[in-house]
Design a protein around this ligand. Structure first.
Ligand code: TTJ
Length: 283
């Protein structure tokens, strides 16, 4: 019994060791781009919860030490024991590579980052990562360092029974990343875009470093408002933004456009909230 558990643990560590050995394979790069990508990987999980209709608000905070906190008001990552892995589901999410609906199975995942590798990769590439879950009047917490479990999932207290959600904080590992200082405007642009692409979702970005800043985004009009925003610095030829949407074979498509007086056209296309700068059949 304990031997079996030991073998499982070794497998888990091997999985995350692979990520630390070749981080580029999992997040594209270890430059500033990869550093920011960590945030999107975590935020994507919260956006998925919003797309499922059970999360209305996401907060992203840059802390004074350049660690990041992402908080949502979704259902909270499940804490029950995983039927085959024998550990709480939340521990599976953070310690097993490719855990989640996207690879092999469920297929619930509809948003996704550039590489879509998820929370375990962020965990593997962080000096530390802490997750707190608010669910059924209880607060749960677990901490990891460079992907390794520091203690079993703990019930650390109680909360108001109506409170629910997930809070994840992490510090990108200076052994891995060439750049570990977050750029507010990079996060700002991507989070604003995510808010445009996910109608009605509140996204707040907060900088708690020396120069305090914060921005809040929520667009009831979705991509229609995105077009208004993009044409904000141009001269539109008419007032209305043209918009249509349709569903066919379980695929939802929406289009918004408005002409302006410039010579060059700007077309932005997205699939499952991911920018597709080279277009494709969908476009
Ligand atoms: C999964 O299905 C049952 C109910 O909870 C679902 C879930 O996992 N929800 C969820 C995950 N909400 N928020 C997250 C989440 C949020 C952050 C910030 C980071 C991660 C890895 C997950």
């Amino acid at each position: 019994m304990s031997e079996e558990y030991g073998a499982g643990q070794i497998q888990i560590l091997e999985g995350l060791e692979a990520v630390r050995k070749r981080p580029g394979m999992y997040i594209g790069s270890t430059s500033s781009r990869g550093l920011h990508h960590l945030v999107y990987e975590i935020v994507d999980n919260a956006v998925d919860e919003a797309l499922a209709g059970v999360c209305t608000s996401i907060l992203v905070q840059i802390n004074p030490d350049n660690s990041i906190t992402v908080m949502d008001n979704g259902r909270g990552i499940p804490v029950g024991i995983h039927p085959t892995k024998g550990i709480p589901a939340v521990e599976v999410v953070f310690t097993i590579l490719h855990a989640g609906g996207k690879f092999g199975g469920g297929g619930y995942k509809v948003s996704g980052g550039l590489h879509g590798v998820g929370a375990s990769v962020v965990n593997a590439l962080s000096e530390w990562l802490e997750v707190m879950i608010y669910k059924d009047g209880k607060v749960y917490k677990q901490r990891y360092e460079r992907g390794k479990v520091m203690y079993a999932l703990q019930e650390i207290g109680t909360c108001e029974p109506e409170r629910h959600g997930t809070t994840v904080s992490f510090l990108p590992d200076k052994q891995i990343f060439e750049e570990t200082v977050y750029d507010y405007s990079i996060l700002q642009n991507r989070l604003r875009e995510m808010a445009f692409l996910t109608k009605g979702l509140h996204i707040c970005l907060k900088d708690e470093r020396e120069e305090k800043r914060e921005e809040s985004y929520c667009y009831e009009g979705g991509i229609k408002e995105f077009v208004t925003y993009l044409n904000g610095s141009k001269n539109p030829l008419y007032d209305k933004v043209l918009y249509c949407e349709a569903m066919k074979d379980n695929v939802f498509v929406e289009v918004a456009f408005q002409h302006n007086d410039s010579y060059t056209e700007n077309i932005y296309s997205f699939v499952n909230n991911i920018n597709t700068p080279e277009g494709g059949t969908h476009l």
